[in-house]
Design a protein around this ligand. Sequence first.
Ligand SMILES: C[S@@+](CC[C@H](N)C(=O)[O-])C[C@H]1O[C@@H](n2cnc3c(N)ncnc32)[C@H](O)[C@@H]1O
Length: 201
Amino acid sequence: MAFTYFFRDLTALNAIKEHVIPEVRKSRYIAIWDAGCAMGPEPYSLAIIFKENLGYYEFKRLKIYATDLDEESHQFGKIIAEGIYPEESVKRIPREIFEKYFSPNNKPGHFKIADEIIRCVSFQKHDLRSLQPVRDNFGLIVCKNVLLHLQESERINVIKMFHKSLAPGGFFATEQTQKMPEKTAYLFRQVTPSVQLFQKI
Ligand SMILES: C[S@@+](CC[C@H](N)C(=O)[O-])C[C@H]1O[C@@H](n2cnc3c(N)ncnc32)[C@H](O)[C@@H]1O
């Protein structure tokens, strides 16, 4: 089920701000893969955190590849391209961030994200079980509340694929309740004990 909302995991977003942004901003292009992005609140939350913490030209170098199986054809690509979301999905966004990046839409009870944020996120349909990365040299891969739907052996292969498609020293973030399998633990170091944020070794 594609349950999601904006700023779902503030602890992880803060860890990304503290540990990931200072590293990835050094590279020429900043590529992020949000795997299992559902309707888009997660990649857009990431885009906002990067916008808040990067300079004007640095932000122009950011591209977020948002992918999902979209098995039941909820048209995630269309929703993400439009960037219009119901109040329910945006109500946990910190007030000052919400006021800065969202404006009321003609559709009652709906809000539209600023174009500068929409521009850096692109969607494609993708099945993680294909084990084909959407590109390589990612600075950060975020895959939250998705791996639990896979069998243990599939999960291990997907995490190995993520490891391969990360740039040297790139980061991988998953949800708090998802433990790193023993068979892939040697590929990463955990950045901080309180968050499931890992750096490629
Ligand atoms: C609960 S949502 C998580 C959305 C977002 N990552 C979050 O944490 O808020 C899980 C998403 O994983 C996607 N998904 C499940 N299996 C997948 C697979 N094999 N490949 C890609 N996406 C998958 C579903 O379509 C769904 O949109």
